[in-house]
Write a protein that binds this ligand. Structure first.
Ligand SMILES: [Zn+2]
Length: 507
């Protein structure tokens, strides 16, 4: 994708990673892992690949399985999922999830030249552990490809890079956004979230309150101004001193007791402290991989009314944002939606809201008109039936079948019964009304409505219809209704006639 190539400079500037402590060294002993905090992906976020050495490997135990995603994938897979191998390398360009940034994926090339998929990277204590998918169910065969000391290549690959650039853009933009909110509106970020690629959902920051429309416009303009200025980003690294670890965990809390999200994880044992700096804008402790510049990384804030999900918390508010390549993905999908809607409505895009409003209004009016006409028609049918009653000798027993494609066919039958029963009838009666759609399949539903002058008889008719043609239903008093699944043919109507004939003796 050309847009991606334009967004990121090809090489990380040499002054991006700054060790600010005179005693901190990047370990060079290839039999030991470089701790998380000093990994190649953190020193050089634009590095795609790296030759390195295997420190250790083991078969991953299912109980400590790395991800829910894998469980989902294996559940939908008919063949048993290949086992995962956990590999620790001396150094890596693959970022283990942390600081709110999801894990990278990538490729490892073993000494014999074969390539292996890294499905996830996680931090265990202070080390990055690569979860590699075996090529068969034979875990030991896969394990033998990664003996300690073996020379391997680790790379992001195209998919891994696309994913990383997306995460990195959102993460660095979140630092920028949080800094602008804190500096200019005194609003601390209580937490943040980044849905992992390939999700195109926006990231969000949790704030003590919602922004007004003018504050939102102000923050967005300011953040994009910093991006336009081409503010550089760099990382300052030093040792995490004894006692400092505990202190950094004890971050500022708000009234709800939630951490303000700048602490070092309790289980982190890498011994390194990292501060991510956006020149003149922000300094923030963070372990993530960050773009070396925010130049040309657009930031888009969702106005509160168009936020994808309403805030569930009453004491805080979520501000949704998009940045980098995800802005373009979002733009493309919104463009598709609005274009297809305008094509359906046969109008230009600017007219879409007015046309939709018009269609909704017309539909509301049409529904009301249908309702009024149905009521009128029910009255006419009922009055015709009442005049038939007068002509009949003895009890009035009748079945009437209708064709009706409306979803409210049963309600219409019910309104005929209401109209009929609201008038004076001098003779006893039993009526079955049924209604089927114009085109029927074995899954079609026909509706049946029974009413009469005698509730016992109505129940008897209902029970017979249940027993003889499998109508499912029930009733109360002089009314009974049910549903029939399948194709309603003449055969079913004949059964109704027979049932009515059987019971008519009781009238
Ligand atoms: Zn961060």
């Amino acid at each position: 994708m050309a847009a991606i190539a334009i967004l990121a400079p090809p090489v990380t500037p040499p002054d991006y990673h700054r060790i600010v402590s005179p005693t901190l060294r990047i370990p060079t002993d290839s039999s030991k892992p470089i701790p998380v905090g000093l990994l190649a992906c953190q020193r050089d976020p634009l590095l795609w690949e790296l030759p390195t050495t295997v420190v250790s490997a083991r078969v991953s135990q299912p109980v400590s399985g790395p991800s829910k995603a894998k469980k989902k994938a294996s559940a939908s897979n008919v063949t048993p999922a290949e086992p995962l191998i956990e590999v620790i390398l001396h150094d890596t360009v693959l970022f283990p999830e942390g600081g709110g940034q999801p894990s990278d994926v990538g490729i490892i090339t073993s000494e014999d030249g074969s390539t292996w998929d890294v499905v996830e990277v996680k931090r265990h204590g202070g080390h990055a552990v690569h979860y590699i998918r075996a090529k068969s169910t034979d875990a030991d065969a896969a394990l033998s490809a990664f003996p300690a000391g073996a020379k391997v290549g680790v790379a992001l690959g195209e998919e891994g890079w696309t994913r990383r650039l997306d995460h990195m853009s959102l993460h660095t933009s979140q630092h920028l956004l949080s800094a602008v909110l804190e500096t200019h509106l005194k609003l601390p970020t209580l937490s943040w979230s980044l849905p992992a690629y390939p999700s195109t959902n926006p990231g969000s920051v949790e704030l003590p309150r919602a922004l007004t429309a003018s504050e939102l416009a102000y923050v967005q303009t300011l953040a994009n101004q910093h991006a336009f200025e081409g503010r550089k980003v760099h990382v300052e690294v030093s040792e995490l001193l004894d006692g400092e670890h505990a202190k950094l965990q004890d971050v500022e809390k708000i009234e709800s007791g939630r951490a303000v999200g700048k602490g070092v994880p309790k289980d982190y044992t890498g011994g390194v402290k990292r501060v991510v700096v956006i020149d003149g804008v922000d300094r923030n402790p963070c372990c993530g991989t960050h773009l070396p510049t925010i130049h040309s990384v657009p930031l888009f804030l969702f106005p509160p009314t168009t936020s994808p999900a309403p805030s569930t918390s009453t004491s805080s508010s979520r501000l949704y944002f998009l940045a980098g390549p995800r802005v373009l993905t979002h733009l493309a999908s919104m463009n598709f939606l609005v274009n297809s809607t305008s094509a359906t409505l046969t109008c230009g895009i600017p007219l879409v809201p007015a046309r939709v409003e018009q269609v909704v209004d017309e539909r509301r009016k049409a529904e009301k008109r249908v309702g009024d006409l149905e009521e009128e028609l029910a009255g006419i049918i009922a009055s015709e039936m009442r005049s038939e009653t007068e002509k009949s000798e003895g009890a009035y027993v009748v079945h009437k079948h209708r064709i009706d494609d409306s979803t409210g066919a049963l309600a219409f039958l019910s309104s005929i019964s209401t109209a009929f029963m609201s008038g004076e009838t001098t003779k006893p009666y039993a009526v079955v009304l049924s209604s089927s759609p114009s085109s029927q399949t074995p899954n079609s539903t026909s509706v049946v409505f029974v009413f009469g002058s005698d509730d016992k008889l109505v129940k008897e008719v209902g029970d017979s219809l249940k027993a003889k043609i499998g109508v499912k239903g029930g009733g109360k008093g002089t009314r009974w209704s049910g549903k029939y699944t399948g194709v309603w043919r003449d055969k079913e109507s004949t059964v109704v006639d027979e049932v009515l004939k059987e019971v008519s003796g009781g009238l």
